[in-house]
Design a protein around this ligand. Structure first.
Ligand code: G4P
Length: 534
């Protein structure tokens, strides 16, 4: 075999093994616990509990450091990579806070699939709903894990109906719970009617769970199963046979069906079979849509096209010891090698991808090679913006990342006018990262900021204070939507509760108090066009 064939075989094998995914959930549904169990069942940690650190605490940098030292885990500030059985998983980090954040949405564009974790007592919650909507928009296949089955929860059939109705997707249960709350003892796999019965572990889920496997037909004679539980399981399974959605992989990959699993991440009940099903069902990196330089659309194949990637996230000042900004790239095709020279499409010039790294806690480690689906961090000497494409061949740009309409607006100024320079620098950096959008008022050039959620303002003020030493005053403005204005601004008849501003590219934007004001403005100004931002 030639070296070229060998390299291609290696690329195909590495790509096929990759599973790049994100966990979408409402805070507290169990994302951290599930992540920890992935590490436990991958054999990378021997005892769960390390990730969560001290009781009640979330993952800390030193926990990650410790785990990385154990072996085989590589963590960027954006993704964590480790082997799970035959697969190599890249778990993207989606911050789990309550607020709406563009960053999370952009991160989802880098995922090939998502795991949706739902709390069995709470059902589909707001954050899950929003994140799911993005997966739907991007046609990202979603697996559903109904978690916390060891606690009193809602009936499984109700939960199935809720998933279908709230998210408008077909839900197809792959397994079904036997009992619930403290009586949750096992699951039935519907495809082969095999039962897994679990025994409680000594340390409440810190180590792998012991499992007995038996045919469903033998379950009735099992001493641990109550008659009522048996009857309920048979009743539910029969109903599902008649009314449920059969599972097929193709509609799942198209985002039309979500396979549903029941489990308890805390006690490990049902977790291993879920994770196994996940690596079986979830797709490896596929083709990505791009715009060719000649205006045509094309699909970039992960293994037929030499290295290409796009920037989905920028983050400045991640490490106080190195004051710089890191661009996170998702590899879409080909093999990446350290120091390779690639075409930066937007700038139209060649750049060297020097110092690629993964960041483990505060320490950097250099990446020598990477494959489609992997995330690399490149120290960004001001050349990268969100959405930039780089490749060996040039000639195309990956589709632009989704932008979201800002819904909140504020005037922002430094408390100390002497800090204006640092203020401008910090704000520009934060706008480049996509934390906020900067606008200027049309008449007096005041600095305005716009974002999708309040949290982004808090993050902005916090980072200006800590990274740029600038205290700021923020005055909220009474607007909730906006539109670009096409036409002469001097003849535009503004409704009350509106304001004219300019965005960063000097386009004129009108801010409105509410949607009603926006439609009144449209009616009153037939010679102008109001284009929705986004
Ligand atoms: P998140 O990352 O999605 O925010 O959720 P996380 O995993 O931190 O879980 C939130 C809480 O729910 C944690 O409890 C966790 O132990 C618990 N939990 C997660 N999965 C299960 C489950 O399957 N069953 C039960 N009973 N509980 C579960 P906590 O009290 O906030 O933290 P801790 O004191 O346990 O560390």
């Amino acid at each position: 075999m030639t070296t070229e064939t060998l390299l291609l075989n290696e690329l195909v094998a590495a790509t096929t093994r990759r599973r790049t995914f994100a966990i979408i959930s409402h805070p507290d549904a169990g994302k951290t616990t599930l992540t920890e169990k992935l590490l436990l069942y991958s054999g990378l940690i021997r005892t769960a509990g390390m990730v969560r650190g001290r009781k009640g605490g979330k993952t800390t940098a030193s926990d990650w450091m410790g785990m990385e030292q154990e072996r085989g885990i590589s963590i960027t500030a954006s993704a964590m990579q480790f082997p799970y059985k035959d697969a190599v998983v890249n778990l993207l980090d989606t911050p789990g806070h309550q607020d709406f954040s563009e960053d999370t949405y952009r991160t989802l564009t880098a995922a090939d699939s998502a795991i949706m974790v739902i709390d069995a007592a709470k059902g589909v919650e707001t954050q899950t709903r929003k994140l799911f909507a993005v997966c739907r928009m991007r046609r990202i296949p979603v697996l559903t894990l109904i978690n916390k089955m060891d606690l009193p929860g809602r009936p499984p059939l109700d939960l199935m109906t809720e998933v279908e109705q709230a998210l408008n997707i077909h839900a197809s249960p792959i397994n079904w719970p036997i009992g619930s709350g403290s009586d949750f003892v096992g699951i039935v796999t519907r495809a082969d009617n095999q039962v897994q019965l679990f025994s409680k572990t000594m340390h409440g889920g810190a180590s792998k769970v012991e499992t007995d496997i038996l045919p469903l037909a033998n379950l009735g004679s099992h001493r641990r199963i109550e008659q009522d539980t048996m009857a309920q399981v048979h009743h539910d399974l029969e109903l599902l046979e008649i009314a449920g959605n059969p599972f097929a992989r193709e509609p799942f990959l198209q985002g039309e069906v979500t396979p549903v699993f029941f489990a308890s991440a805390l006690t490990n009940f049902g977790i291993e079979s879920f994770l196994d099903a996940f690596v079986n069902l979830a797709p490896s990196p596929g083709m990505r849509l791009a715009d060719g330089d000649d205006g045509s659309e094309l699909l970039v194949h992960p293994t037929n096209v030499p290295f290409s990637a796009y920037v989905f996230k920028l983050q400045a000042n991640m490490n106080p010891k190195h004051r710089d900004s890191t661009a996170f790239l998702r590899i879409c095709s080909g093999r990446f090698e350290r120091d390779m020279v690639v075409r930066h499409h937007r700038l139209g010039k060649d750049i060297r991808l020097a110092r690629p790294h993964s960041l483990v806690a505060q320490e950097r480690s250099t990446v020598e090679e990477a494959y489609p689906g992997d995330i690399i961090g490149i120290v960004n000497p001001g050349v990268f913006a969100i959405g930039d494409t780089v490749s060996v061949t040039g000639g195309f740009n990956f589709k632009p990342l989704p932008q979201f309409q800002p819904e909140i607006f504020a005037r922002l100024r430094p408390t100390d006018v002497g800090k204006r320079k640092a203020f401008d620098k910090g704000l520009t950096q934060m706008a480049q990262e996509g934390t906020v959008q900067i606008m200027r008022s049309y008449h007096d050039q005041d600095t305005l900021i716009a974002a999708v959620g309040r949290l982004q303002f808090d993050v902005l003020q916090y980072r200006l204070r800590h990274e740029y030493r600038v205290e700021t005053v923020l005055d909220a403005l009474p607007f909730s939507c906006s539109a670009w204005l096409n036409g002469d601004p001097s003849t535009f008849k503004s409704p009350s509760a509106s304001m004219l501003v300019k965005d960063q590219r000097d386009r004129i934007v009108v801010l409105f108090g509410d949607q009603l004001m926006k439609s009144i403005a449209r009616d009153r100004n037939p010679d102008h066009t109001l284009l929705d931002m986004g």
